[in-house]
Ligand binder design. Structure first.
Ligand code: UT7
Length: 319
């Protein structure tokens, strides 16, 4: 019998503080209309001083565990995707494990920038398919506001904070149909964020991005991953009910929807009020559409992401 990874719970957390485009326009040379037209973003959430990637992850994870009706102790693997860990080590996954009171399971972080949660789903799916794990918690959590240069109008308008979570369980019912992950380290210069410990005049510890060049690669690459995913499943694009994309730019999302010949009504968009939450964005969007009843059991959902590295990937799911 085929063994699948079935989604049994989702969760999300967004900090209370809403930072609008108008607010940012007071400190850098930009405007609400420029930001909204070029990106689709109106506002983003900003974590409070006491919050961390692990504290936000805990709230999202508890929600996902509650929906899944499984006890924290049943989780046998925790994967956290983050580019903004609380500490260099222990991993944010270990800090989350402690917060959740889970004993005796493996917990580790992965770093694939904005594609982190897709990479996490892919790893978890392999563990479940091989029988090495039965219940896996995956969390994408980011405090982007702490690695953004708030004087740089080309980046500070884009990012937001938050956490998304998912619980997968081994099942004979589908499930994740396939995952596809890729990396190309050639593109470091187009999008990177130095570590604090190599901070010099030349290496400020902030996100640096050549947005327009990233944009073009993202559109082309995401178009290709749609084909790769459908081909691998012998599926026609008309069979996909929902697109849950990484939330970087509404124009990138619209290009992927067009590739799928999908109306924007079937695309989950959270970007307007959340901005780009990096590795949290896909799981936050998925959680929102599951909880508000848009995504229904039995439907086919395509998740995809693109980020620094470059990294990119997709997951095709029968929910
Ligand atoms: O999540 C990881 C992957 N990241 C992405 O996928 C992001 C991809 N890139 C983007 O989303 C877009 O490239 C941006 C939203 C970052 C920028 O939009 P764009 O249409 O590519 O603009 P641009 O960089 O070509 O800049 C156009 C103009 C420039 O002025 P000049 O040179 O034409 O005079 C910029 O200096 O807009 C200027 N500009 C701004 N103006 C007002 C750049 N940022 C701003 C701003 N407000 N915040």
């Amino acid at each position: 019998m085929m063994r699948y990874s079935r989604i049994i719970g989702t969760g999300g957390y967004l900090p209370d503080d809403i930072r609008t485009n108008d607010f940012i326009s007071q400190t850098v040379d930009t405007s609400d209309s420029w930001i909204f037209e070029r990106t689709g973003i109106k506002s983003r959430r900003i974590a409070a001083d006491h919050e961390t990637a692990s504290s936000m992850a805990e709230v999202a994870a508890r929600q996902a565990l509650e929906m899944s009706e499984c006890l924290a102790d049943e989780i046998d693997l925790i994967i956290v995707a983050t580019g903004t860990p609380d500490l260099t080590y222990p991993s944010t996954a270990c800090l989350l494990q402690k917060r959740l009171g889970i004993k005796n399971c493996a917990a580790f972080d992965i770093q694939a920038a904005c594609s982190g949660s897709i990479f996490g789903l892919s790893i978890a799916d392999q563990y479940i398919k091989t029988g090495a794990a039965k219940k896996v918690l995956i969390v994408g959590t980011e405090i982007c506001s702490r690695i953004v240069d708030w004087t740089d109008r080309t980046t500070c308008i884009l990012f937001g904070d938050g956490a998304g979570a998912i619980v997968l369980e081994a099942s004979d019912q589908a499930g994740i149909l396939s995952t596809h992950i890729h990396s190309d380290g050639e593109f470091e210069d187009l999008l990177y964020c130095p570590n604090l410990y190599i901070n010099t005049e030349q290496h400020a510890p902030y996100i640096s991005m050549r947005g327009n060049e990233v944009f073009k690669v993202a559109v082309n690459t995401l178009g290709r991953i749609v084909d790769e995913t459908l081909d691998a499943n012998n599926m026609d694009r008309s069979e996909v009910d929902w697109l849950v994309p990484h939330q970087a730019n509404i124009r990138i999302i619209a290009a992927t929807a067009k590739k799928l010949k999908m109306s924007m009504d079937h695309v989950v968009v959270t970007l307007e009020s959340q901005g780009n939450t990096s590795s949290a964005s896909v799981l936050l969007a998925f959680n929102e559409a599951v909880r508000d009843g848009r995504i229904q059991r039995g439907q086919v959902v395509l998740l995809e992401a693109f980020g620094a590295g470059f990294t990119w990937g997709s997951a095709l799911i029968k929910f």
